[in-house]
Every structure is written in structure tokens, then in C-alpha cells.
Design a protein around this ligand. Sequence first.
Ligand code: ADP
Length: 397
Amino acid sequence: MNVLVINAGSSSLKYQLLNPATGALLAKGLCERIGIDGKFTYKPEGKQAIKEADVAMPTHSEAIQAVLNALVDKDNGVIGSMKEIDAVGHRVVHGGEAFASSVVITDEVMKAIEECNPLAPLHNPANIIGIKACQSLMPGVPMVAVFDTAFHQTMPPVAYTYALPYEYYEKDKVRRYGFHGTSHKYVAGRAAEMLGKDIKDLKLISCPLGNGSSVTAIDGGKSVDTSMGFTPLAGVPMGTRSGDLDAGILEYLMGRYNMDIKEMVSILNKKSGVFGVSGVSSDFRDLENAGAEGNKRADLAVDMFNYGVKKLIGSYAAAMGGVDAIIFTAGVGENSASQRLAITSDLEFMGVKMDAEANKVRGEERVISAADSRVKVLLIPTNEELMIALDTAALVK
Ligand code: ADP
């Protein structure tokens, strides 16, 4: 069985063709500048990537058609015909409280996803455009929606309720939703396999750390708390997002600089985080280099990020009454040995002891804690596309 995984944004679309049974990747790529001047990238597994500029892509439909053409192409294709695409898995950002798991897309499901649009006005409409384009180009092929938020629907009210007037939850759906769910679910499953334990018996803290970062407490395979909130702006400081902050600051700054709320929120999303503090970059590699050259604010930004993750690990261990394993994944989590060490330093009191040698690794599934560490620390490369393909295959079988 082959599953086409689609992650549609407003002007871009990422895709992968996978065999979920074996985990084999057949091809992947990216359509960019949809509606502008169409850039197309296609990489069949084991072969050179093909890049084309100025591909006519006025809408997502032409972009997906270009993907399908490439997949069945005589010379560089990976399948004989479209019949070899058994299902399509779509990443959808927000499923609100309507979706606690992935779901086969029907007309009713489409309506329910559209009802979640106000919760993710930049993302859900683009996801929907991608689904509709696939439906018209691939009639009869089953499609599945996999939500970033669904995994966190198991959180109890004590974790998801904001201390605001309760009617904002009841009437306006303001609550913690959490994001990165596909990634948290994937690494939690892998962690159970690596530890040779039933996931139901494990307390895990998963940390996908990258440009966007979130930390999740997973008890018995279920998300019980997570650092992102109503939007992905919450939690630890990120590349350019502030993470948690005192809402009183908004009124103070908006008054001093005569800003409206749009300008303020744009600063919180795009000019804050490690970029804002360092004034150097949102990229942790640049910060590491700047720090090595003596830039104190770059060091401060990285230290604040690491400290933020460490504090969440401590609080989630408290929330779950213990922790069996801490998982690092995504750009920073998979690559930065120094940040993994900094985050886990001084946690010996709660049973975390790193193996500095084992930690000198990138992007490889591995235990990086010492043999006698009570809490295991795991490096697990994330694979959201495979998780989407697995969920899709399980639902359409
Ligand atoms: P996104 O949240 O956009 O998916 P990624 O998971 O791709 O982000 O992570 C991107 C981040 O990972 C960047 O800040 C990048 O600098 C960081 N990163 C990648 N490689 C390294 C490395 N070797 N050391 C430190 N950070 C790294």
C-alpha cells in the first residue's frame, strides 16, 4: 500500500509518497510560490532531486497535478500509475474539540474542519484547499485528515482550562489545544519500542525542539499536558515566538509605542524568541557561532531557551508523579548535543544522568543517558509524514 502525504500551506505544499507497512519513502518534494511563479522540487528516493522554476501553479490544483505527473513520470517516476496511490493523508493543523484522532474525510468531516477555521485562520483554510484539490484530481481515492491538535485532546480540564471567565471557554472555545501532536505521538510510540515496554506503562516527556518547540507530558500513551496553548505562541521561547509571557506587558508596550494589537502580536510571533533576545538570528546554529565569538546576548537567548525546556521537564515530572524517559527530537533536539546536555544538567536529583559520549550524536535513534540513569534520555528523529501515513493506512484498510 502507498500513501501520499500532503501538507498544504497557503503558498506551499510539501508531499511524500510512503509505504506505511515498510516505512519506505518512495519520493518527496515541495511546491513553493503557488499563485506566484511556481517552484517545484521532486526527489525520487535514491536519485538526484529535480528542481524546476517557473512551473505554472496558479492554484494548489496545478501544484498537486505536477506532483502526480512526477510520481508516474516514465523516467523519474516511482509508480506505474495513479492506481498505485491507495490513499492520501492530509496534515490539518486544527481539529478543535471535534477531533480526538485522525479521521476519514467525508462531507461532514469537511464541514467540521471548516468550523475550526477561526481557531487557525492562517492554516486550516490552506489545508482545506489542499484536500479539495486532491479530491477533484483523485476521485475515489480515500483521504484521511491527521490533526496537529488531536493527540492532545486527552488532556484533563485542569491542564487545558485557562483561568479566564469560564464563558470564554464555553462560548468561544478558548482553551489549551496544543500542537505538534503527530510528532509527539510518533516519538512516544518509538520510545516504547526502544525501551521494550508497553506504552501504557510509561510516563514520557517529549521535547520536539526546533524553530517551533513544545514539550508534552505523555502518561500511558496519552497527552496529559503540553506547553503550546490556544495557539502555538505559548510555552518556551522559540525561534521568533515569545513563548509564555505576562499579558500585562501587552498593554504597557502598546500604550508606550501606540501600537495596535495586530502589530503587537506580530512582534510576539515574528520578532521575539531567541531572535528577539539575541538580535542575531532565529537559527540556533547562528546563535552558537555568535556565542562562540563572544556575543553575550546570543548566549543569553540559548540559555533562556534551555532553561525554559528544563523547567517544563521538571513541572511535567511533577504533574505525572514521575517520568520514565525524556525524548529529544526535531532540529535542535536531534542535532545539538550541547543543548541536550544543558537542558538535562542538574536533573540528577530526579534520576537523570546523561552519558556525554553517547550524547555526541546527530539524528540517530539512541539512548543518550548513562546505563544507571533511572530516567532514560532518548534521541529519536521525528517522522511526522510516516505517522500520517500510518494513521491513514490504519483508517482506510
Ligand atoms: P521547525 O520547527 O521549523 O520544523 P526544525 O525542527 O527544522 O524547525 O528545527 C530548526 C532548528 O534546528 C534551527 O534553529 C536550526 O538551527 C536547528 N538546528 C539544526 N541543526 C542544528 C545543529 N547542528 N545544532 C543546533 N541547532 C541545529
